[in-house]
Design a protein around this ligand. Structure first.
Ligand code: HEC
Length: 131
């Protein structure tokens, strides 16, 4: 009985801890330094938390890396950046990213509605770097 009654407490503590470590919209979240320095801070924070793990130059996720490498984003020509943003908007609209299989194992990787809206807004914008 005693052990059981501790379970909800453990769950709440776990949840609090998780939220404390993954605040995606904090302005100065310590993002990976290589991640597009000119991108707006709120976009970087979301990408860092929810996309970067699979989509960076050193990622072990070969498929993900091949399709999108955030480390190469900043240096890319505007036309390339626009194409990438278009792809991003596309997968977000379809709800394809992060991949469903991954979310089954890691539901906390899902974009919140606010994050989704912010990323969509950014990916639909036409400016280089996305300011
Ligand atoms: C768990 C790993 C993982 C995470 C997290 C993830 N992706 Fe992906 N992503 C992939 C893989 C794998 C592919 C390749 C899918 C394929 O080819 O079928 C991909 C493909 C893409 C593509 C290319 C689609 C195309 O058809 O060209 C875009 C754009 C993309 N992801 C954006 C994102 C964004 C934005 C996020 C964060 C919201 C994100 N991804 C999070 C693994 C991931």
């Amino acid at each position: 009985m005693k052990k059981l009654s501790l379970l909800p407490v453990a769950a709440v503590v776990g949840l609090l801890f998780f939220q404390g470590t993954t605040k995606p919209e904090v302005e100065n979240y310590p993002v990976h330094p290589a991640l597009a320095p000119d991108m707006p801070a709120n976009i970087k924070a979301i990408v860092d938390q929810k996309c970067y793990g699979c989509h960076n130059a050193e990622s072990k996720n070969e498929k993900g890396k091949a399709k999108l490498d955030w480390d190469a984003f900043e240096a890319a020509k505007k036309s390339k950046q626009m194409a990438t943003k278009g792809k991003i908007a596309e997968v977000l609209e379809k709800g394809d990213m992060p991949p469903a299989k991954f979310l089954e194992m890691k539901p906390e990787g899902k974009l919140s509605e606010a994050e989704l809206a912010t990323l969509l807004d950014w990916s639909a914008s036409k400016k280089k770097g996305g300011n």
